[in-house]
Design a protein around this ligand. Structure first.
Ligand code: AMP
Length: 591
C-alpha cells in the first residue's frame, strides 16, 4: 500500500510535508523552481501568486530567468522553437515505475486517487539526498529527450533525469513534461509577474512575447529595459482571435450600430500561414519548410505546426510572387476541402486528418484551399493594431485568387435586414453561417471578444468534452463507444458539468482510435474497465433534438437524443461551450 502523502499544496496545507519548503540549493537550482511552484499552488490569490513568482524570478541570472519564465508558462520550449516533447502518460508511468520500484498496480491506484502523475511521483519516490539539479540541467535533458528516437531510449532519458531529482523536483519535472504545471498560473500571470519586476506595463510584455514567440526572451529584455529592441520574428504562431456566438441578428446591430463587415463562416480548419524568403543563416529549430526559395509554415488554432499535413498548400504558398510577401507575411484563415470551384463538406477533410502519411491519391481525392480572411504582418510591418478595414485593404492587395489560395469576400452592411439572405447564401455556398466583424477592430490575439460575432448553422450544436467512456453494445461491444460529455460551468469557471451521453455519429475507425485513446488516458475504471472516467481532452461537436431540464445532471440540463457530428481536434477543451449557452438554447427551444 502506498503511503498517503500529507502534503497537499493545492489546498494550501503544507504541514507535515516530508520535504522542507525552505530553499536549500543555489537560486538556479531546479528545487527552487519547484518550491516556488509549490507555494504558488498553495494560494488561490492572484496577487500572492504573482508576488511569489516575481520574487523568485528576480533572483535569477538571465539564462535561468529565460528558462524559468518558459517553464512557468507551462512550455518546455519557446513557441518559436519547432521542438515538441511528445511524451505520453504511459511513458512517464513506466519511468516512474523504474525509478520508484513501485508495483504498477499501486502506481495506477495512486493516479486514480490523485489524478496527476506529478503528484504521484512525489508520493512514491524515495527521499533523496540534497538536490543537485540546475535549471540548465533540466533544459539539457529535455533537449536530449526530443532528439532521442524510440520508446526504449526515451524511457532511459526520462528515467535518468528522474533519478537525479528529489521527489519534489520529480513532481514538477513530470508536470513540465506533460505541458501543464496545474498550479493555477497561466501565461498571462507570468507576463504579469515580468511586468511587475521590470516595472513595465503588462501590454508591453505581451507585445514582445507575441513578437518573439518566447516569454523567456521577453523576461530578459524587460529586465534590461530593452523591450524596444524586440524584433518581430516569423515562424512561430500568434494566438488566434476568436469570435463570440450571437443568437439573432438584432444583437449585431445593437453592438455595431455604425455598420459591420460580413464574411462567410467557413467550416474547415483554422490556420495561420507564415511565408518569408529563405534565409541562409536560418535557425535549424525554426518551424516550417523551405520550398522554391521561400520558407512556409502553417499553424493550427492550438498553436501546433501542421505544415506536414498540407504539402499541397506549401507549393502554392511558396510560389506566390516574392513581392506579395516581401520580407515576410502572416495570414489568418481557414483550410477547406475544395474541388471544381466548390467547397466540400468538412467530412471530406476529415479523411486527411490525423494520418502519419498522406498518399498521393488521397491528396488528389481531397484537394484543399486556404481561404485567407486576415493579415497580421507584411514586409516588416506588424498589422494587428490596424483597424479591420485597413487590414482588409492590404489583404485584397495580395490578389489571392487561385483555386488553392483565396480571399474570403468581405461585405459591409449598416443594418441587419439583408442578413437572412446572406446567411442562406453562405449555406448554399457550402459554408456554416456568417462571421460579423467590427470595422474598426484591431486583431486581438488569443481573445474571444465581441468584435467578431459568429452566426452558426440553424441547427443547434454544442462543443463538449468527453468525461467518461463506456463499452458499447452489439457490434461495438469491444470498444469504448458511448461517451458522457460535459460543458464548462462558465468562461471563467472550468468546472465540467455533464449534459448528456452519445454513442452514434462516428465512423468505426474514429471509434477505434478514440477507444484506444481513452484506454490510455483513463482516470478511473469501474465495472472491470467497462466504464471509465477519462482525461477531459477530447472535444466533440454534438447536435441534439432538444435541451431539457434535468435533476440527474449537476448543471441542471440534459440534451435529448444527442448525436456526434465530429471530433474537434482543432479545439482545446478550454474553448468548449458553457452552461450559459446550454441555458440559452433551452430557453430558445422552449419558445
Ligand atoms: P467556433 O469554432 O464555432 O468557435 O467558431 C470560430 C471559428 O470559426 C474560428 O476559429 C475559425 O476557424 C472559423 N471561421 C470560419 N470562417 C471564419 C471567418 N470568416 N472569420 C473568422 N473565423 C472563421
Amino acid at each position: 500500500m502506498l503511503q498517503e502523502s500529507q502534503d497537499n499544496a493545492a489546498t494550501g496545507s503544507n504541514q507535515g510535508s516530508s520535504v522542507s519548503l525552505e530553499p536549500a540549493g543555489e537560486v538556479n537550482a531546479f528545487e527552487r523552481f519547484a518550491i516556488a511552484a509549490e507555494q504558488i499552488a498553495a494560494t488561490t490569490k492572484r496577487l500572492a501568486k504573482a508576488a511569489i513568482l516575481g520574487e523568485y524570478l528576480t533572483a535569477l541570472a538571465d539564462e535561468d530567468l529565460r528558462l524559468a519564465a518558459r517553464y512557468f508558462a507551462g512550455s518546455p520550449f519557446p513557441l518559436s522553437d519547432q521542438r515538441v516533447l511528445n511524451v505520453g502518460g504511459a511513458a512517464l508511468l513506466n519511468a516512474l515505475q523504474a525509478v520508484s520500484g513501485a508495483e504498477r498496480s499501486s502506481l495506477q491506484e495512486a493516479l486514480v486517487k490523485r489524478g496527476d502523475l506529478g503528484d504521484v511521483a512525489r508520493e512514491v519516490l524515495p527521499a533523496a539526498d540534497s538536490p543537485t539539479l540546475l535549471l540548465t540541467d533540466v533544459e539539457k535533458s529535455l533537449a536530449t529527450l526530443v532528439e532521442t528516437r524510440g520508446n526504449k531510449r526515451k524511457l532511459e532519458v526520462i528515467t535518468a533525469l528522474l533519478q537525479r531529482a528529489t521527489p519534489l523536483e520529480a513532481k514538477y519535472l513530470i508536470k513540465l513534461m506533460t505541458g501543464d504545471l496545474r498550479i493555477g498560473l497561466r501565461e498571462g500571470a507570468v507576463e504579469d509577474a515580468i511586468a511587475r519586476l521590470a516595472q513595465e506595463k503588462v501590454e508591453r510584455i505581451q507585445w514582445v512575447n507575441m513578437l518573439t514567440g518566447d516569454i523567456g526572451e521577453a523576461a530578459v529584455l524587460a529586465r534590461h529595459r530593452q523591450l524596444d529592441q524586440a524584433q518581430m520574428r516569423l515562424f512561430h504562431p500568434i494566438k488566434f482571435m476568436l469570435a463570440s456566438p450571437v443568437e439573432d441578428f438584432t444583437e449585431i446591430t445593437s453592438r455595431m450600430p455604425e455598420g459591420f463587415a460580413v464574411e462567410d463562416k467557413y467550416d474547415g480548419i483554422r490556420a495561420q500561414v507564415h511565408i518569408a524568403p529563405v534565409s541562409d543563416n536560418a535557425d535549424p529549430l525554426l518551424h516550417g519548410v523551405p520550398h522554391a526559395g521561400a520558407r512556409v509554415a502553417l499553424f493550427s488554432r492550438t498553436l501546433d505546426e501542421i505544415t506536414p499535413s498540407f504539402p499541397d498548400l506549401v507549393e502554392p504558398l511558396a510560389s506566390l510572387p516574392p513581392v506579395t510577401f516581401g520580407a515576410g507575411l502572416i495570414l489568418d484563415g481557414e483550410i477547406v476541402p475544395y474541388r471544381d470551384e466548390r467547397i466540400l463538406p468538412f467530412q471530406a477533410l476529415q479523411k486527411r486528418l490525423g494520418r502519419k502519411t498522406l498518399p498521393e491519391d488521397l491528396l488528389r481525392e481531397v484537394p484543399v484551399a486556404f481561404v485567407a480572411y486576415d493579415i497580421l504582418y507584411r514586409d516588416g510591418q506588424v498589422l494587428i493594431e490596424e483597424p479591420y478595414q485597413a487590414r482588409q485593404v492590404m489583404l485584397a492587395a495580395l490578389e489571392l485568387n487561385t483555386s488553392a489560395l483565396q480571399r474570403a469576400a468581405s461585405q459591409q452592411f449598416t443594418d441587419a435586414t439583408a442578413l437572412d439572405d446572406e446567411f442562406q447564401a453562405a449555406r448554399d455556398r457550402g459554408n456554416e453561417g456568417l462571421m460579423v466583424k467590427h470595422l474598426q477592430s484591431p486583431y486581438k490575439p488569443g481573445k474571444r471578444g465581441k468584435d467578431w460575432l459568429k452566426v452558426k448553422r440553424a441547427i443547434a450544436t454544442l462543443d463538449v468534452v468527453v468525461t467518461a467512456a463506456e463499452v458499447g453494445t452489439g457490434r461495438r461491444s469491444r470498444f469504448l463507444s458511448d461517451y458522457t460529455f460535459a460543458v464548462r460551468a462558465s468562461e471563467d469557471d472550468p468546472t465540467l458539468l455533464n449534459v448528456g451521453k452519445a454513442y452514434s455519429g462516428l465512423t468505426d475507425v474514429e471509434v477505434t482510435e478514440l477507444s484506444n485513446w481513452f484506454k490510455a488516458h483513463t482516470i478511473e475504471e469501474f465495472a472491470h474497465g467497462r466504464v471509465r472516467t477519462v482525461e477531459p481532452k477530447i472535444v466533440l461537436e454534438v447536435t441534439f433534438d432538444r435541451v431539457q431540464a434535468s435533476k440527474r445532471h449537476k448543471g441542471g440540463y440534459a440534451l435529448r437524443f444527442p448525436r456526434i457530428l465530429r471530433i474537434r481536434d482543432d479545439k482545446p477543451p478550454e474553448e468548449i461551450d458553457t452552461l450559459e449557452t446550454v441555458r440559452k438554447l433551452a430557453e430558445h427551444m422552449a419558445e
